[in-house]
Structure formats: C-alpha cells, structure tokens
Design a protein. Sequence first.
Length: 271
Amino acid sequence: MGVLEGKVAFVTGAARGQGRSHAVRLAQEGADIIAIDIAAQIDTVPYPMSTPDDLAETARQVEALDRRIFTRQADVRDKDALQAAFDAGVAELGPVDIVAANAGIAPMSLTPQYQEWTDVIAVNLTGVYHTVEVAAPSMIERGEGGAIVLTSSTAGLTGIGGNTPGGIGYTAAKHGVVGLMRAYANYLAPYSIRVNTVHPTGVNTPMVVNEFMQQFLQADPAMGQAMANALPVELVEPVDISNAIVWLVSDAARYVTGVTLPVDAGFVNKR
C-alpha cells in the first residue's frame, strides 16, 4: 500500500514534463489524480508546448497503475475555467487532499517582447494563485487538512534569469510564488493544511531541453555558466522533484509547512 492511498491530488501542468511525473509518482503511492493542462500553445513561448495527446498519455500512464484519473484542458490564467475543471474532477473522483501547482512557462527568446513579461507573470504567478484559490475552500470546508506544494525554481531563490522581459518575469514570478506560499502557509495552518514550495534546478523536460532554450543560453555564455550545479550533473530528472513532492504531501512531513525546499544538485548553495 502506498503512502497516499485513498487521497486525491490536483495537478496542474500535468500533460508532460514535471507535471506528468508528479501525477504518475503520486498515483504510484495510491492517489487518484485530477490532471489539468492548457495543452495548447501560448504565442510568446518559443518552444512547442503540450498537446491533448500529451495529456492523454498522462492519463494512460496513471490508469496503467490502476488508479483513477480525470483530465481536462484548462488554462490556469482563467480562474473560472480552472474552477470548473476542478469541480468536475472532484465530482468524479471525490474531494481533494493534495494540490501540486506545477503549471509554468519559460518565454525566453532572442527577440524579446514585453508580452513575455505579461504572459509569464500570468501563468507562473497568477496561475499558481488561481490554483490555490480554487482548491483551498473545499479543503477548508471538508475539515480534514491537506497539503499544497507550489513549484518555484532556483530562480525563486537567486537572481538568475537574464535581462529579457521573459527572463526577468520568470525570476520575479518564481520569487512571488514563495510569497504566496508563506502567506498561504500562515492562513491555512489553522485548518491543518500545509503549504510549501519546491525549487528545482534545470530539469530534463521539454521546457528546458529544446533548441530554443539552447540558443538562448548560447547567446549569453555567462548565464549558461551561472546556471551550473554544484554536484556534477547538468540536469536532474522530473522524478527527483516528484519524490520531494511525495514526501512533502505525505504524513512523513506532517509538521513541515512554510519551507522552501531546493531540489537543485547544490545550485543555490553555490550562490
């Protein structure tokens, strides 16, 4: 029996990358999954984003574990659409115990435009706020506690990012997620709902491993060097972040709240 048997987890950005890994890893520990993803392109994002087929593959992998999964395309920037998706998932699978606010974009490009700032703040910060806001009221009303993990970044603890609207916006948003976490950790503590952040270094996902990101880093070699980890590994794997999330939402971390947890191969410690 897994450590999350009988739980329901709400995961955003679940179609691929870290989000799929979180959904599958939580399911391995016994959780059923409400999996949400935009599964569409945002114009300022230079790399290909997820598709409906990606979201279907997440469902296939979770179902192969004999766990239930509800999937819905929804944009975290649209609170009403996100609420509708959440409510439909709860109606099918039952009340949510776990929230993994993972959806995010990295609109870094060689031809910067102001809209990159607008989009990255809307997805990576406002979208996280929307995710907690749609889930927390039902968790409070249920009265059985719960655990929320917000995905930040090493960019949420350091000044990396580069001098473009998308890069600076990414860093600002990821710092903002820490503020959200700390505020929600205090607000939700009386309801036994714990809130923490995870801070990955570079992760082997399509958001990081693509030709556009490589071009962006090659255009500024100093930034590429600044993004090196302390441990001799270039990228960590999505499951490394998922394992940290499993611990944070499990009873093994029942009194852990309000913490910023780097999963970063020593990146932040170098700074």
